[in-house]
Design a protein around this ligand. Sequence first.
Ligand code: CA
Length: 232
Amino acid sequence: MSRKMRILVVEDEEAIRTGLVDVLVFHGYEVDFAVNGGEGLGKALSGRFDLILLDVMLPGIDGFEICNRIRARDKDQPVMMLTAKSSDEDIVKGLTLGADDYVAKPFSVAQLVLRIQAVLRRSRAGLEQSSRIELGELYIDTRNLSGRRAGQALAFTRREVELLQYLYANGERPVTREELLHKVWGYGRHMQIETRTVDIHIAKLRRKIEIDHKVPRHLITVRGAGYRLVSA
Ligand code: CA
């Protein structure tokens, strides 16, 4: 990654705020903070942050209102709410207002860091959904659902392109079939779905994009971990 991810912490309780800032700096993030709602809103709307950690109960403007105002301006800004209690009502309200995730206080630092990493990974994957995929001799235009491999024209279905885009955005990280069903097909996590759907699509894609589909060089199976799309 070329630059540090920037996180804004909006929290009025000094002990919690200081603890959060220290932990995040320790984990390699660039961190700024705000101590009340007004300051938080101003900084949050600056658009400088990769993630905003937002306490609900704040003096002045509360976290819900800040989240609402952020969403009115920017629907893609990652926001994570810190709820004082694990009150379902607060959580539902936060998520309804467009928070990407929430953490209930008191939280474990390890849990919080994992959740932050997940939100940042998802938002990065979204940003990097580029209109073209270039992998050596293989070129795919994701808008036209077309492509080219060593001079030969290729045509794809929308689903095939979405599958390729998702793998491409995740770079070196192998993606499981379950995650693909969830993210590309939109199936709920707990639905019992035949993961063979993914395998069938992968097989069809290999016949299109690989020179020899039995010896894939781009669309790689990582045993026990899923699939990766690599540059050969
Ligand atoms: Ca508070």
